[in-house]
Design a protein around this ligand. Sequence first.
Ligand code: SAH
Length: 213
Amino acid sequence: MDDPSDRIQLIMTLRRQGIVDARVLSAIEKVPREVFVQAEDQLKAWDDNALPIDCGQTISQPYIVAFMTCALEIGERERMLEIGTGSGYQAAVLSHLCRRVYTMERHPALMRQAQKRLHDLGYDNVTTLLADGTNGWPEQAPFDKIIVTAAADSIPQVLIDQLREGGILVAPIGESRDNQTLVRVRKLGGRVEQEDLLPVRFVPLLKGVARET
Ligand code: SAH
């Protein structure tokens, strides 16, 4: 449940693991993670673990959410694109740090749940779209930052095209579930600079909108 000491414990764990950005830690502390996990996992909501959500997907481990958020170097006036809304948790964290979050999801059921949570919690700077995120969101491009929360074999060029000059994209890349790396891409002078950050394990980035189950 929402025991304040659970939140403090998690923030301390993240700090010990090297997450030192006070704005990111404060955003993690503010977002009620228990609202984003399944009813049976309420007691585990503030543990530093990934948890299952509907449609065979997962809500990422808080450490990974914090790490990716730091890697994006977010400015408060920025507009961000997230591919893979899932539970809506990462979008909620981002919404505390930037001007607007555009977030896309391919599963109708997950999108409905995420929309309801974000609305009920008053996150009115988050805009959602049920669509295949591999096409990005051309109508809203260019974005200052892009975060992909599902793994692809390579970085979709469309997303790089929708990043502004000087922008950053963070995404898990890898051919198999057991061999993925979190990469950071900076678009500089029309060129792309790529850095490997961390071994990770994400669900796959899939094409198309999923059928209603
Ligand atoms: N950021 C989420 C975790 C997402 S798990 C959270 O905080 O809870 C990855 C999500 O990406 C899943 O919900 C999956 O359905 C979604 N996804 C996979 N491929 C996609 C695509 N092409 N477009 C949009 N969403 C996609």
